[in-house]
Design a protein around this ligand. Structure first.
Ligand code: KG4
Ligand code: ZN
Length: 354
């Protein structure tokens, strides 16, 4: 069976065709995965402008879906279902994908499957590696989320912790902005950090010990917090500003040092909580998914820690790290096989929970 996946939750319009292989080791295979990125459009504004994003999704969606079918060598009549990101994300952007998926599923007489964006990120790991050894703990870390999920059973995601404030990717984007490095911040900071001294700038690591009043069901001690770190970088920059007051504020090598120091703290915190959760829940594997999983230091440290603790580790390829429809199709296939389809009046939900 082939499933068409559609993803429009933020600033990527994506469509993909994923095939159910029938193999136990690798249940799904990507037949096509087309991504129209809006990054050049939003870069000018220093971040994603929601209204521009929705309008661009409308412009791109038809062509992206047609291309995905063409690349897969598939026609509408070859498909068995249509999966779409229902949320969370920007509501106007989500609505474009949801409306397109509903209309096309109805026109082609296909069942519709609603997918949670983060379930898609988690399933990106299975898409490329086959089923994870369970129980597994997966860190989903992107521009909008930093959450730990325990997967005891395939397709069931138990939230263990999340960020209390900024997501890790958001911290990358904000720090890049205040250093004048442009949008998105992750890839550029990652690149510059490679040439810097990661101990040059003293920055705080946050460890939360108190419960979160907004999430009484979570223990809270595996939670993340990145706004303090971002503020510490801001203070460091301001202090220099007051001292120097001239442009350029920093030399290239000083910028590299700030990037490296910031990245060291972010990666240390992420790896620490992930392996703490793995120890606590005695998992058989750990994974990292979402845009920030493209980070070179995070990838290296995950593999290094995994080897040290003899724990199998999983990461998506770079193409499946950031937003894409292949992961949505995969998560949709899993739901479809579990007998879960969406009603004809499906609506987008900007703050859908998982
Ligand atoms: O998953 P994603 O494409 O979209 C969301 O669902 O948010 O993640 C985008 C985020 C951005 O914040 C971007 O700066 C970050 O992922 N990112 C990175 C890297 N590549 C992308 N962060 C750190 N290092 C990278 N190499
Ligand atoms: Zn994402």
């Amino acid at each position: 069976m082939l499933i068409l996946g559609i993803e429009t939750s933020c600033d990527e319009t994506s469509a993909a065709v994923v095939e159910e292989t029938g193999s136990v080791e690798r249940p799904w295979a990507v037949r096509s995965n087309v991504i129209a990125s809006q990054i050049p459009i939003h870069r000018e504004w220093g971040g994603v402008v929601p209204e521009l994003a929705s309008r661009q999704h409308i412009r791109d969606i038809c062509g992206v879906v047609e291309r995905a079918l063409e690349d897969a060598g598939a026609a509408w009549t070859d498909l068995g279902a249509v999966a779409v990101t229902q949320g969370p994300g920007l509501v106007g952007s989500l609505l474009v994908g949801v409306a397109f998926a509903k209309a096309s599923a109805a026109a082609a007489g296909l069942p519709l499957v609603a997918v949670h964006h983060l379930a898609g990120h988690i399933e990106s790991l299975v898409l490329e590696n086959g089923e994870l050894p369970l129980p597994a703990v997966v860190l989903v870390v992107s521009g909008g989320h930093t959450s730990l999920y325990l997967v005891r059973q395939a397709g069931h995601y138990e939230l263990l912790s999340r960020t209390r404030d900024d997501a890790a990717g958001e911290a990358y984007d904000k720090v890049a902005k205040l250093l004048g490095l442009g949008y998105p911040g992750g890839p550029v900071i990652d690149r510059l950090a490679g040439g810097g001294n990661d101990r040059a700038v003293p920055l705080p690591t946050t460890r939360l010990t108190h419960a979160d009043r907004n999430a009484p069901t979570l223990k809270g001690d595996l939670d993340f917090s990145f706004s303090g770190l971002k503020t510490a970088v801001l203070r460091y920059v301001r202090a220099r500003d007051a001292e120097k007051g001239a442009v350029p504020l920093f030399t290239e090598s000083e910028i590299a040092d700030i990037c490296a120091s910031f990245q060291r703290v972010v990666v240390t915190v992420l790896i620490d909580r992930l392996f703490e959760a793995a120890r606590r829940y005695q998992t058989k594997s750990v994974g990292i998914a979402g845009g920030v999983s493209a980070n070179s230091r995070l990838r290296a440290e995950l593999q290094q820690y995994g080897r040290l603790r003899e724990m199998p580790t999983f990461l998506p390829s770079l193409a499946l790290s950031t937003d894409n429809a292949a992961m949505i199709a995969a998560a949709g296939l899993r739901k479809f096989r579990a007998g879960i389809t969406a009603p004809d009046d499906l609506n987008a939900d900007a703050s859908l929970v998982l």
